[in-house]
Design a protein. Structure first.
Lengths: 284, 290
C-alpha cells in the first residue's frame, strides 16, 4: 500500500519536473512574443509598459533591419542550396561505395562539428586576410555558411541513406533503367525527405548564425549582426516582431517536413502497390 | 575496362566538391591560423612570420583566468543541463505516448528563435526590475538591491538554456531505443524501481549521456555571446578574448594562439571524458552512426 502510494508520488513528481523543464525551455519564447506587443519607453525593450500593435504594423520601421533581414535570407537560401547539393553527393559516396580512404573521410567530415564556432570563424578570417581576396562581405559569409552547413547535411542525408532498400535500385536496373534514370526516378525520390530535412536544418543554421558570420562579414550586416549591434544601443520591439515571424515560419516549415516525412515513410511501407514509383517503360 | 575505371572513380567524383570545399575553407584555414599564431608585429607595421612560439606561453599566461572560467562555466552548464534534461527526456520517452513527437518539437523550439534574441529574452526575464528578481528578493534568495543580471548565475543560466536541446536530443534517442521488456524483466526479477533504473535504464542510456555531454560542453566552452549579453568583463570567457583580439584589437597572433590552445584543451578534455565514460559508450554511438 505505502509502496504503491510512493510509486504514484514519484510518478507525479517526475511528470511535474518534466513539465517545469518544458516551461523553462518555452518561457523565453513566450517573453519574445509578448514583448513584441510592448510599447517600451526607453531604448531597451526590457520592461512591460503597455499593449501596442505599432511594431507589428510597421515591422521594418527600424533603420537597416529590412536590409539586414534580406541579406540573411539571401545568404541562407544560397548556402542551403550549395551545401545541400554538395553534402548529398558526399553522403551518397560515403554510404553507397566502398573505396580507399572512406573512414578518414568520414572522420574528417565530423571534425568541423567538434570545433568551436569561434575557431572556425577565426581560422577562415586568417585565410581571407592572408589571401587578401575575396574582400570580406557577402561572398565570404556565403563561403563560411556553406562550410559549416556541409557536415550537418552529410550526417542528415547519410542517416536516411543507411535505411535505404537497395533492391529497389537493382529492380530498376533489371528493368533496363540507366544509372542516371535509376538515380532520378528511384534513388532521389526515396531520399528526398532526408535531403529536405537537411536543407531545412541548413537554412535554419545559416539564418541564425552569428559567431562565424561576425568574423567574416566585413561591413555586410545580416540579421543576427544587426541585433548584436542593436543590443548595445537600443532594442526596439520590431526586432522581437521579426524574431516572432521567423519563429512562426520555421515552425510551419518544420511541421510540413515532419508531415511529409511521415507520408513518405507510409509510402515506403506500402511500396509494392505504389504507382508513383513505377518506372517509365524501359527501352527495349 | 573503361566502365570499370569509371565505376572506381565515381565515389571520388561524388566526394570532390564537398570535400574540396571543406579542405579549402576548413582545413587550409587552420594552417593559415597556425602560421598566424607564430608571427610577430602589429596591425600597423604588418605581421612577420618569426616562429614566435612564446605567443602561446604569453597567451596562456595572460588569459589563464578566462580559460579556467570557460571550462568552469561550460562544465557547470553541462551538469545543470544533464540534471534538467535527463528527467525530461525520460518522461518524453517512457510517458510521452502519442504526444512524443509534439513534446520533442517543443524541446527544439528554442532553436527556431534567433540565438541572440533568445539570449536577449533572458536579459528581459532576469532584468533588475523583472518579476524573477523581485520574487526572489521577496523570499530572500536574492538580497535587497541584489541582482541576477551581470552575474555568474545569469551567464551560466544563459549557456545552459542555449545548449539544453543538444543534451536532451541524444538522451531521448538512447532512452527511446530501450526495449520496455528489459525493464519488465527487471521488475519480474523483483528489482525495485531504483535498482531497475540504476542497473538497466541508466547503463543502457549511457551513450546518450556521453554524446549529450560532449554536444553541450564543446559549444558551451567556446561561447562568448552569453558572457557578453548577460555578464560583465568579470564573466568574460576565452571566446570573448578571441573575438576581441581578432576583431577589436587586431592582435591576430595572440588570437590565433588562443584558438589553438582552446582546441587543444578541448581535445584533452574530450579524451579524458571518453576514458572516464568508457570507450564502449563512445564507440557504440560511432557504430550506430556508421
Amino acid at each position: 500500500m505505502t509502496a504503491a502510494l510512493r510509486k504514484r508520488g514519484l510518478d507525479w513528481l517526475l511528470n511535474v519536473y518534466g513539465l517545469l523543464a518544458l516551461i523553462y525551455l518555452l518561457l523565453p519564447i513566450a517573453v519574445i512574443i509578448v514583448f513584441s506587443f510592448n510599447n517600451p519607453t526607453g531604448r531597451f525593450n526590457f520592461i512591460w509598459q503597455e499593449f501596442s500593435l505599432d511594431a507589428w504594423t510597421h515591422p521594418f520601421a527600424v533603420q537597416g533591419v529590412g536590409d539586414a533581414l534580406r541579406t540573411s535570407i539571401e545568404i541562407a537560401a544560397l548556402s542551403t542550396l550549395i551545401a545541400t547539393a554538395l553534402g548529398t553527393l558526399t553522403a551518397l559516396a560515403l554510404v553507397r561505395y566502398e573505396f580507399k580512404g572512406r573512414s578518414p573521410v568520414n572522420f574528417f567530415i565530423f571534425i568541423p562539428l567538434a570545433t568551436p564556432e569561434v575557431v572556425l570563424g577565426a581560422a577562415l578570417l586568417s585565410q581571407f586576410l592572408n589571401w587578401g581576396t575575396p574582400a570580406l562581405g557577402f561572398t565570404t559569409i556565403l563561403i563560411a555558411h556553406v562550410m559549416f552547413n556541409l557536415s550537418f547535411v552529410v550526417i542528415t542525408v547519410r542517416s536516411r541513406l543507411i535505411g535505404f532498400d537497395r533492391s529497389l535500385e537493382e529492380a530498376a536496373q533489371d528493368l533496363g533503367a540507366t544509372p542516371w534514370q535509376t538515380f532520378r526516378l528511384v534513388t532521389l525520390p526515396l531520399i528526398m525527405p532526408g535531403v529536405l530535412s537537411a536543407a531545412l536544418l541548413a537554412f535554419a543554421l545559416s539564418i541564425d548564425d552569428f559567431v562565424i558570420t561576425n568574423f567574416n562579414s566585413g561591413s555586410t550586416i545580416t540579421f543576427p549582426l544587426f541585433i548584436w549591434g542593436a543590443a548595445r544601443v537600443a532594442i526596439q520591439p520590431q526586432i522581437y516582431v521579426i524574431a516572432t515571424m521567423i519563429f512562426l515560419v520555421t515552425v510551419a516549415a518544420m511541421i510540413v517536413t515532419v508531415w511529409q516525412q511521415r507520408r513518405a515513410d507510409r509510402m515506403a511501407a506500402v511500396r509494392p502497390e505504389e504507382p508513383e514509383l513505377a518506372l517509365e517503360p524501359a527501352p527495349a | 575496362m573503361p566502365v570499370r575505371l569509371r565505376k572506381a572513380a565515381l565515389p571520388y567524383l561524388l566526394l570532390l566538391p564537398g570535400l574540396g570545399w571543406l579542405l579549402l575553407f576548413f582545413a587550409i584555414p587552420l594552417v593559415y591560423m597556425a602560421l598566424e599564431s607564430l608571427k610577430t608585429g602589429t596591425i600597423d607595421t604588418g605581421f612577420q612570420l618569426t616562429w614566435e612560439f612564446s605567443n602561446y606561453t604569453n597567451a596562456l599566461r595572460d588569459y589563464d583566468e578566462q580559460f579556467v572560467r570557460s571550462f568552469e562555466y561550460a562544465g557547470l552548464a553541462t551538469l545543470v543541463a544533464l540534471l534538467i534534461g535527463y528527467p525530461l527526456a525520460y518522461v518524453i520517452a517512457f510517458r510521452g505516448g502519442r504526444w512524443r513527437n509534439a513534446l520533442l518539437l517543443m524541446v527544439i523550439v528554442p532553436f527556431f528563435v534567433t540565438y541572440l534574441i533568445r539570449t536577449l529574452s533572458w536579459e528581459t526575464i532576469l532584468s533588475d526590475s523583472g518579476i524573477v528578481v523581485s520574487t526572489l528578493q521577496s523570499i530572500g534568495v536574492v538580497s535587497e538591491g541584489g541582482r541576477l543580471l551581470d552575474t555568474t548565475v545569469s551567464v551560466v543560466a544563459g549557456i545552459t538554456y542555449n545548449f539544453l536541446p543538444f543534451m536532451i536530443l541524444p538522451l531521448y534517442a538512447s532512452l527511446e531505443r530501450i526495449d520496455p521488456r528489459m525493464l519488465e524483466a527487471g521488475y519480474d526479477l523483483y528489482g525495485r524501481r531504483r535498482d531497475v533504473f540504476l542497473r538497466v535504464t541508466l547503463p543502457l542510456s549511457m551513450p546518450g549521456v556521453v554524446a549529450g555531454v560532449l554536444l553541450t560542453f564543446i559549444p558551451a566552452a567556446g561561447d562568448f555571446i552569453n558572457a557578453q549579453l548577460l555578464g560583465t568583463p568579470k564573466q568574460f570567457m576565452i571566446g570573448n578574448v578571441i573575438q576581441s583580439r581578432y576583431l577589436v584589437v587586431a592582435d591576430y597572433p595572440t588570437a590565433a594562439a588562443l584558438s589553438f590552445l582552446l582546441m587543444a584543451f578541448m581535445l584533452i578534455i574530450v579524451i579524458i571524458w571518453a576514458r572516464i565514460a568508457g570507450t564502449e559508450a563512445l564507440l557504440g554511438t560511432e557504430e550506430e552512426r556508421a
